[in-house]
Design a protein around this ligand. Structure first.
Ligand SMILES: Cc1ncc(COP(=O)(O)O)c(C=O)c1O
Length: 400
C-alpha cells in the first residue's frame, strides 16, 4: 500500500484524551473515575434550544446558506451589539463549532513558512490546525508566577519577518486567565507596529469571575481590519454538542476567503442552526447561570487545592480550567499511576497532562490541567483523592 500522509501520521494526539485508554481500563476494572481532564460542562442546555429543534418541521432538510442561517447571523449580530461591538451580520460566518472557525481562519491566513505567536501553555487542539494549515506556532512563555499574564518584551522578542499573526485565547484554556484591557491594548499596538493579524479565540468570553468586566478585541475598533474573533455556543450556553461556532471578521478580503471555505463545505447543520436560535434567545439568563456556577466551582477547587502540600496553582479568573504544578517529576506518569494503581474506595481521578499544552519541549512536565466541570461536592471529593494519591505516590517513591 502507498504511504499515508506523513504530516498527519506524525501529528500528536490531543493531550486531553491521551490517557483515555488508561481510564477505560480503570473503569473496566470497576473503578469510578472523576474526569477533570475534559472541558465538557455538565450543565443542561437551555430549554429554548430543545424547543427550537422540536419546532423544526420542514419537509425537506435543505442546506442552509454557506455563511449561515440568516436569522442566526442576525441573532449573533444582536448579541455582539449587546456587548457594544460594531460587528454586523455581513462580518459573521457560522461554522461547525469554534473548531472549524480555528481551522478556516488558519487556512485563510497561512502561506508556507508563516508563523503565529501563541502564548503557552495553550489549547492543545490548536496544534492539529496548525499542522493542517502548515502554520508554525511560535510560543511565548507565560507562567503561574504572574498568573499567566503577558509580557510585552517576551512577545516582541519572538516577532520575526515570518510572523503572520498573534494568537490570543481570552479567557484562557488551560490557564483560566482573563487578559486585562491594558494587555489587549498592548497586543493591539504590537500588532499594528509589526503589521500582524490578531486572532482572538473568545469562546469563553463571558465566563469571567469576581465581578470582572469582559475584555475583548471587539472593543478595539482601530484594529478591526486585522482582527478575527473565534466564537462558539459550546461553553457559554453549555451546548458543546450543538457544534455551532462563529468567525467574526471585518476585513473584507479575508472574509471573502473564509466565505469560499464555507462554500466548499456547503453548510453547517440546518437543524442545529435552528437550535442555536434558542440559545441566543436564552442569552444572558443562561450565560449568567453558567458563569456563576463555574465561579462557585472555581472557589471550591482552588480552596481545596491550596490545602494540598506541594501543589502550586493560579486562581483562575475565568473559563473553567486551571494549570497546577504538582510535587512530582513527571505528571503524566503520576496520572497513569492514579488510573492504574491507585484508588480510594474504588475511586480515582483523571486530569490532562500539562506538557501537551506547551510547544516548548520539557515545559509543563510537572503540571496538569484541571477542568472544573463537575459539581462542587464531586470536585471536593476528586481533590481529596488527588491529594491522597500524591502522598501515596511520593511515599512509594521515597520522596516523602
Ligand atoms: C480555547 C478553545 N477554543 C476552541 C474550542 C473549540 O470549541 P467548539 O468546537 O466546541 O466550539 C475549545 C474547546 O474546548 C477551546 O477550549
Amino acid at each position: 500500500m502507498k504511504e499515508l500522509s506523513k504530516v498527519m501520521t506524525n501529528m500528536e494526539v490531543s493531550s486531553v484524551r491521551k490517557l483515555s485508554k488508561y481510564a477505560d481500563a480503570a473503569k473496566a476494572a470497576g473503578k469510578k473515575v472523576y474526569h477533570l481532564n475534559i472541558g465538557q460542562p455538565d450543565l443542561p442546555a437551555p430549554l429554548e434550544y430543545y424547543e427550537r429543534i422540536r419546532e423544526f418541521n420542514e419537509p425537506i432538510v435543505e442546506y442552509m446558506p454557506s455563511q449561515g442561517l440568516p436569522e442566526l447571523l442576525k441573532a449573533m449580530e444582536d448579541f455582539y451589539r449587546g456587548h457594544g461591538f460594531s460587528f454586523r451580520a455581513e462580518n459573521i460566518a457560522v461554522t461547525t463549532g469554534g473548531s472549524e472557525a480555528v481551522l478556516m481562519t488558519l487556512l485563510a491566513l497561512t502561506n508556507p513558512g508563516d508563523e503565529f505567536i501563541v502564548f503557552e501553555p495553550y489549547y492543545s487542539n490548536y496544534n492539529t490546525y496548525f499542522t493542517i494549515s502548515g502554520a508554525t506556532p511560535v510560543p511565548v512563555r507565560t507562567s503561574v508566577t504572574n498568573g499567566f499574564h503577558i509580557d510585552r518584551e517576551a512577545l516582541e522578542a519572538q516577532i520575526t519577518h515570518r510572523t503572520k499573526g498573534i494568537w490570543v485565547t481570552n479567557p484562557g484554556n488551560p490557564t483560566g486567565t482573563v487578559l486585562t484591557a491594558e494587555e489587549l491594548r498592548m497586543i493591539a499596538d504590537v500588532a499594528k507596529q509589526n503589521d500582524l493579524y490578531i486572532v482572538s479565540d473568545e469562546v469563553y468570553r463571558e465566563i469571567v469571575f469576581d465581578g470582572r468586566q469582559i475584555t475583548s478585541f471587539g472593543f478595539l475598533e482601530d484594529i478591526h481590519d486585522r482582527l478575527v474573533i473565534i466564537d462558539s455556543v459550546s461553553k457559554r450556553f453549555s451546548a458543546c454538542g450543538a457544534r455551532i461556532g462563529t468567525i467574526v471578521c471585518k476585513n473584507k478580503e479575508l472574509f471573502n476567503i473564509i466565505f469560499k471555505l464555507c462554500q466548499g463545505r456547503l453548510s453547517v447543520s440546518t437543524v442545529e442552526q435552528h437550535g442555536a436560535l434558542g440559545l441566543y434567545e436564552a442569552g444572558y439568563r443562561v450565560i449568567n447561570q453558567v458563569r456563576d456556577e463555574f465561579e462557585k466551582r472555581r472557589n471550591v477547587v482552588y480552596d481545596a487545592l491550596r490545602q494540598v502540600p506541594g501543589v502550586e496553582c493560579n486562581k483562575p479568573e475565568g473559563a473553567f480550567y486551571m494549570m497546577c504544578k504538582l510535587p512530582v517529576e513527571d505528571a503524566t506518569e503520576f496520572l497513569i499511576w492514579m488510573l492504574e494503581e491507585f484508588d480510594v474506595d474504588g475511586e480515582t481521578v483523571m486530569a490532562a497532562p500539562g506538557e501537551g499544552f506547551y510547544a516548548t519541549k520539557g515545559l509543563g512536565k510537572d503540571e496538569i490541567r484541571l477542568a472544573f466541570t463537575l459539581e462542587c461536592s464531586l470536585l471536593e471529593k476528586a481533590v481529596s483523592i488527588l491529594a491522597k494519591g500524591l502522598e501515596e505516590y511520593n511515599k512509594v517513591r521515597g520522596v516523602v
